[in-house]
Design a protein around this ligand. Sequence first.
Ligand SMILES: [Zn+2]
Length: 466
Amino acid sequence: MKIQFYGAAQEVTGSQHLLSINGKKILLDCGLYQGKRKEAFEINKNLPFNPAEIDIMLLSHAHIDHSGNIPNLVKSGFRGKIYATSATVDLCQIMLRDSAYLQERDVKFVNKKRLKQNKNLFEPLYSSEDVEEAMSNFIGVQYDKAVEIAPNIIATFRDAGHILGSAGISIELKENGKLTRLGFTGDIGRTEMPVLRDPNILTDLDILIMESTYGNKLHPVIPEVEEEVALTINEMVESGGKIIVPAFAVGRTQMLVYVLHKLFNENRIPLFPIYVDSPLAVNATEVHRLHPECFDRETYRVFIDNHEDPFGFNRLTYIRNAEESKALNDKKGPCMIISASGMAEGGRVLHHLKNNIENKNNLILFVGYAAKETLARKIKDGAAEVNILGDSHKINAKIKTMDYFSAHADQKGLLDYLKFSSPQKLKNIFLVHGEEEQSLPLREKILSKGYENVYYPKRGDAFEIS
Ligand SMILES: [Zn+2]
């Protein structure tokens, strides 16, 4: 068997790994690489393999850094099936459409200038039509049901507890009479998270491709976090400030809404207006409502069994419309505006940051991971001034980060992932989806537990395993 790493290799975006087994080529994830615009476009456009030669694709979950280049894959000649859980298929439908829309819009904007300068015009990476075409390749599968994806290759999707529909994929294969079990974690969620079940750890693995986003971090435990959210909100409501939350539209937003709803029900926070301002988040919430089979027991106990919608309550307003979004600028505090994108690289949150970041009464609350070079990262890292939508802004607002909502396992969660695969059996571990300062300390920890051959591959690295 051969494994090649083409993305999320020594970085956190563009997840893409290629397996060659019994003459079949199987692609794990086909994520969008996110980074500096021109470089990202080139990397995404020029797939590092021939898409027509790929037989099958397995998708761990719908996040764009795992699914976002699928329309380009199909457009460039891939004709195989794409296996993912049913909830992932539904999420991909809205997320890939959104991705195409953003790309078409950005290209239109750039082309306007280029036209005036008599320069050649750009094409988007893919269009809405390409997304519709790609969606016809998807096959929705159930959790825990073994699927024979090719002769002697069986895949089973296990709940990864990361976002709705997310899965760790166990692949059992027979090559030259030898049975091997390979695990691909996708992104690993956390135990005790709102809405979702705990990660269902893959067992008895011989080979593991594992994410390592928070390989060198420990998250706070949940009751403290609910308390912290309550404290933060109570303080802000008292002072009358606005709370701006840049949050990923899918997953993070629903979790935050769930916690706020619970805190309201328990009278731990006062009634004050909350807005979810992101069309994608509104659509993603609809998809969540369609897939209660993915919810954990707690969600049933606290909400569903009482005929309550976990994602809706009377002080919460979902906003799709651009005019209503603009009207939020004139709203006085206290209020909370949850808006995408989480890394503040685009989307309506940029307008809210621009309008509120200079006011010392406001709070910018980060609830997720921010990759290097992103606006969210600069603000989190304590910049005094940042550029937002072309203008420089002083940061006077309070800044706070709650990593708990990040939805990625921390170092302990990642090490726990190994507990059902002994060092005697699990002989090859590949750490992906992590920056050096996170992945390398994790590697040391794994080695100290007796596992051998723990690799941290870079983009383009290939490994033959017999
Ligand atoms: Zn993810």
